[in-house]
Design a protein around this ligand. Structure first.
Ligand SMILES: Nc1ncnc2c1ncn2[C@@H]1O[C@H](COP(=O)(O)OP(=O)(O)OP(=O)(O)O)[C@@H](O)[C@H]1O
Ligand SMILES: [Mg+2]
Length: 373
């Protein structure tokens, strides 16, 4: 942060501390003088506008945002009213700083400088992703009732159909046997589908314990390499000092198996196909729980990345919903199940997809050993 006013003594020390605070903020903060020149900008603002503080200070704000930008009107309003004004979901993108940059704007008069205005921008991406993630949980839940009903109403008659087909098979001609075989195979397929859906109706609290994620990933990798991902390179980028995750081991295996399987299926036409598994510790990630004031810490980050063609645009916003699939033989339950399990664990999953780089990112709570206090 550059500050054009020089100070000495305790005021200077306090000024330096304020600069430290402002530079530690992840959100861009700027101070505008009466001519709208950017006379002060924290580190985040310099990187947002892709200009150093001295370049910023040489031009009025209008130079860095599009002509007629709502940001400029907002600043004028602050001066007129003498009070703060906020606006949400404003696009301040320019070709220079990147096409679409959706931000929330908080603008307020600077306390002791007439007509100076302080502006803070908050990028929407992360907040939006979290909102979206929270709705995935609802989507998974809506299958719950349906799944319970299906299990009852379909599995019993199916086993009758299957048994009858097997009886017929005993006295059937070769041609007819092909048909009875078809009946039993298809019945088995439906039973498998219903079994997969039954997981959604299981509302019992999950049994959790401290789990070593690297052992889980090793297991998934072995399964993948001996089957569906036989010809794909799997690269591990692990933080070996990672604390255990507080989870149900079997369910975690399911989550990663589904993600790695999707990646492998997306990579069928890629010649240099590779899947990267990463683990990292991010102590700063916190999520507020909707409807409460509670905030949970989700410091464990696991990613499954592939260099395939990416998730098709038309399903990007609802790929975690059940029955969304682009595959001829897909059920579209894989990611819905992943979202349900991650939600049951109090975690978050999100996807960032572009051609040659699709990342599914999971954030989960760490195991806290209470006896250690
Ligand atoms: N890594 C990926 N790259 C590209 N597209 C993906 C990837 N992962 C998922 N998708 C897309 O998301 C859709 C939904 O995935 P999901 O796992 O829920 O179902 P599915 O894989 O189609 O079926 P199933 O998991 O039952 O075999 C897929 O059909 C695919 O289009
Ligand atoms: Mg799948």
């Amino acid at each position: 942060m550059t500050d054009q006013t020089s100070r000495t003594g305790p005021a200077a020390a306090r000024g330096e501390r304020e600069v430290l605070i402002l530079n530690a903020l992840p959100h861009p903060v700027i101070l505008l003088d009466e001519a709208n020149k950017v006379c002060s900008a924290n580190d985040a603002a310099q990187s947002f506008f892709q200009a150093s503080a001295s370049v910023l200070s040489r031009h009025p704000l209008g130079h860095f945002v599009p002509f007629g930008s709502p940001l400029l009107q907002l600043v004028d309003q602050v001066r007129e009213r003498g009070s703060s004004v906020n606006e949400y979901r404003v696009d301040v993108g320019t070709p220079r700083i990147g096409g679409e940059r959706i931000v929330d704007i908080y603008a307020a008069p600077a306390a002791d400088q007439p007509n100076f205005v302080v502006v803070m921008l908050q990028e929407r991406t992360m907040a939006d992703k979290m909102d979206r993630q929270l709705t995935h949980r609802g989507a998974a839940r809506s299958v719950t009732g349906l799944a319970a009903m299906l299990a009852h109403e379909i599995k019993n008659p199916l086993s009758g159909i299957r048994g009858a087909a097997q009886l017929l098979e005993q006295s059937a001609t070769d041609d007819d046997r092909a048909l009875t075989q078809l009946i039993t195979d298809e019945a088995d397929r439906i039973v498998k589908l219903v079994d997969r859906m039954e997981v959604f109706s299981d509302e019992r609290p999950i049994e959790r314990e401290p789990v070593n994620i690297h052992a889980v990933l090793e297991h998934v990798k072995r399964l993948a390499l001996s089957g569906f991902a036989r010809h794909i390179r799997i690269i591990e980028e692990y933080d070996p000092s990672l604390p255990p995750v507080y989870a149900n081991r079997d369910q975690l295996v399911q989550v990663f198996l589904n993600l790695v399987k999707n990646a492998a299926e997306a990579l069928v036409d890629t010649s240099d196909a590779e899947i990267v598994l990463t683990t990292a510790f991010r102590p700063g990630v916190r999520l507020s729980i909707p409807g409460t004031r509670e905030r949970v810490s989700l410091p464990l980050e696991f990613c499954v990345r592939d260099n395939g063609p990416g998730v098709p645009d038309e399903i990007q916003t609802h790929m975690f919903d059940p029955f969304v699939t682009t595959k001829t033989n897909g059920t579209g339950l894989g990611l819905a199940l992943v979202a349900k399990i991650v939600g049951d664990h109090g975690g978050v999953i999100e996807c960032d997809s572009q051609p040659r780089r699709t990342t599914f990112r999971l954030l989960l709570p760490a195991y806290v050993d209470k006896s250690a206090d």
